[in-house]
Design a binder for this molecule. Structure first.
Ligand SMILES: [Zn+2]
Length: 205
């Protein structure tokens, strides 16, 4: 059994068990529940969304310059994306060159959008609601990176089917519910997040 610390992904005292394909608590040797990991993921994504919203608002109100906003938001998006990826892989030390490369590609695309977002804010184009939605959408992309990796990992361990488990919170929309209603389907059928702010789960079988 390979013991790898889960502490950098917010799971101190845990390691990734390659055989179980799961985080295990070092002290009790118990598997970490799926819900615990997914809760941590939502915490990362929602925390990041809140900070991005704050940055965009500060820029719109003239409390930050465009350059300051861009730099801070870029760092936030980078940290969130990398953290979600590492959490999905089973720890930072399990991230491969290819994983980092795909994170980089996703980030480069996000930065292009971010530059346009900064220009739009400077031109006072987004409405208050649009400002919030656009700022938070970068955290959704980071959240989605987790599930993208999970699909790959689950395929590699032989899983072939997936289903959507809605959160049951006020963000669940008819589209999420319709996906959930379809039940088990081949892996790749669904992609979380379904919409902005979606925090639904994928389950594999
Ligand atoms: Zn959803």
């Amino acid at each position: 059994m390979t013991i790898q610390s889960g502490s950098p992904v917010g799971l101190p005292g845990y390691y990734w068990d390659k055989r179980l394909h799961n985080y295990v608590e070092q002290r009790t040797r118990r598997m970490v529940k799926r819900e615990t990991v997914n809760g941590l993921l939502r915490q990362v994504a929602d925390g990041s969304a809140g900070r991005l919203e704050g940055l965009a608002q500060a820029f719109a109100e003239g409390k930050l310059t465009g350059a300051q906003f861009y730099k801070a938001a870029q760092l936030e998006i980078k940290h969130a994306t990398n953290a979600c990826a590492a959490l999905a892989k089973g720890g930072w030390d399990r991230m491969t060159l290819s994983d980092w490369g795909m994170n980089g590609a996703q980030l480069r695309q996000a930065y292009v959008h971010l530059r346009q977002f900064a220009r739009d804010i400077a031109a006072k184009l987004p409405s208050p609601a649009q400002l919030i939605a656009r700022a938070r959408s970068y955290a959704d992309a980071a959240f989605g990176r987790f599930w993208h990796i999970r699909q790959t990992v689950e395929r590699l361990r032989g899983r072939r089917t997936m289903r959507i488990r809605t959160r049951g919170d006020d963000r669940v929309c008819s589209e999420c519910r319709e996906d959930e209603r379809q039940g088990w389907q081949p892996i790749g059928t669904f992609h979380v997040p379904v919409h902005i702010g979606c925090r639904c789960d994928e389950e594999y079988g």
